[in-house]
Design a protein around this ligand. Structure first.
Ligand code: EPU
Length: 366
């Protein structure tokens, strides 16, 4: 069913909590609804959003905001075989509900993506990622409604052109609306625990929950006893704890998760960063980094931002999150887009001046 509202306040429809309005707001819950829309009559531009968890409205939106309520998670029995499970989810399903569904079924794949705000439909657009797993690793195909033709087009994972927080859809905004995503999940034991201290934390929790006798705890292990105590639910719960300790709770502080991407630089630029940091600190500095297969180096933007002294820095109602400076929060609940953009620009300028590195925002500016 289609629901329309005019001059809609978007305050509760973007996780940053920006108080902006859209000329028209449309909620729909099926592909048939999309087919029935008279696209040429809508105020332009048209923007489809999920939970609004990765965008910053910089002003009132002059066009139409669409919001998907397409739900449902179904196992594609005809394609699933042995340990391979193909699961089709509606774009409006909350991504964390999908992670929970998979963990309860004890299948591997999305557990590391637990507690990322947003919907299934947004996952391929942004190629969401956390703790060593990206949406691209588990996406089989993506079904889209093509606005110009009204047709449903299915993209294979290769056609989605996934990159780091990047996809074909990001470069073709306004052309497609994701309606369903099919995931490829696995029944055989395949946790991904190489990121940071995840393995250590999972093992520590496994010990705690082994000792726990309450059978109603979601992470209580009954089937997996040592030497294989690790389950998708245990990894999911561990990831949730790590996130809770670092990232602002979406219900308490508005934010859009990581505000910037981690920059990828040439090895020579990385050495220059080490030298600059050493010069400024007056001694060797261990700059955290990840060497990529092509010889380039990924530097955590959080480290650069912390090094430049921004932890906790405020600008009007906006602030840099103390526990993870990659996140900008709507600290007072009354931050304006102008506050956030001013803080963003101050950070970008300082990091450019200090290290010659250009940070790019991960969050879409609308
Ligand atoms: N760091 C600091 N100071 C801090 C926090 C982190 O220097 O206060 C440095 C440390 O060196 C740390 C490194 O940053 O080892 C990495 O930190 P973290 O593991 O928190 O990951 P991240 O690179 O900052 C990325 C994603 C997050 C995702 C985490 C975990 C991006 C832009 N962000 O952050 O994704 O949850 O890894 O996988 O790639 C999001 O996209 O919204 C998001 C939260």
């Amino acid at each position: 069913m289609i629901k329309k509202s005019y001059n809609k306040n978007l305050h509760k429809l973007n996780t940053f909590g920006m108080r902006v309005r859209a000329t028209l707001y449309i909620e729909y819950d099926s592909v048939e609804d999309l087919t029935a829309i008279q696209w040429d009559k809508l105020p332009q531009p048209v923007l489809n959003i999920g939970e609004g968890s990765n965008l910053l409205f910089t002003k009132d939106f002059p066009g139409t905001i669409l919001h998907s309520g397409i739900r449902g998670i179904e196992v594609l029995e005809e394609r699933s075989c042995g340990d391979d499970l193909f699961v089709r989810a509606g774009a409006g399903v909350i991504m964390d509900d999908f992670c929970d569904w998979a963990a309860r079924k004890e299948v591997w794949g999305p557990e590391n993506l637990s507690a990322i705000p947003g919907t299934v439909g947004a996952a391929p657009v942004q190629n969401i990622g956390a703790y060593g797993v990206e949406a691209a690793d588990i996406i089989d195909s993506v079904e889209c409604f093509e606005m110009a033709t009204g047709k449903i087009v299915t993209f294979s994972a290769a056609q989605c052109e996934f990159g780091y927080r990047d996809s074909f859809f990001k470069h073709n905004r306004g052309r497609y609306i994701v309606t369903h995503v099919t995931f490829h999940l696995y029944g055989d034991f395949r946790p991904v625990l190489e990121y940071g201290k995840l393995k250590e934390e999972v093992e520590r929790n496994a010990e705690i929950y082994k000792a726990d006798t309450d059978p109603y705890k979601p992470i209580y292990q009954t089937r997996f006893v040592p030497p294989m105590p690790v389950s998708p639910m245990l990894v999911r719960e561990t990831v949730k704890i790590i996130r809770e300790n670092k990232l602002p709770s979406p219900s308490k502080k508005g934010s859009a998760g990581s505000f910037f991407k981690n920059p990828v630089v040439d090895a020579a630029v990385f050495r220059a960063v080490e030298n600059t940091a050493a010069g400024l600190k007056g001694g060797t500095v261990a700059v955290p980094h990840y060497d990529l297969p092509d010889g380039s180096v990924k530097i955590p933007a959080a480290w650069l931002i912390e090094f430049c002294g921004f932890k906790g820095r405020t600008c009007g109602g906006a602030a840099v999150w103390e526990k993870q400076p990659l996140v900008i929060v709507n600290d007072t609940g009354r931050a304006t887009p102008r506050d956030i953009v001013a803080l963003e620009n101050t950070i970008i300028d300082k990091i450019r001046d200090t290290f010659g590195i250009e940070l790019s925002p991960e969050v879409d500016h609308i």
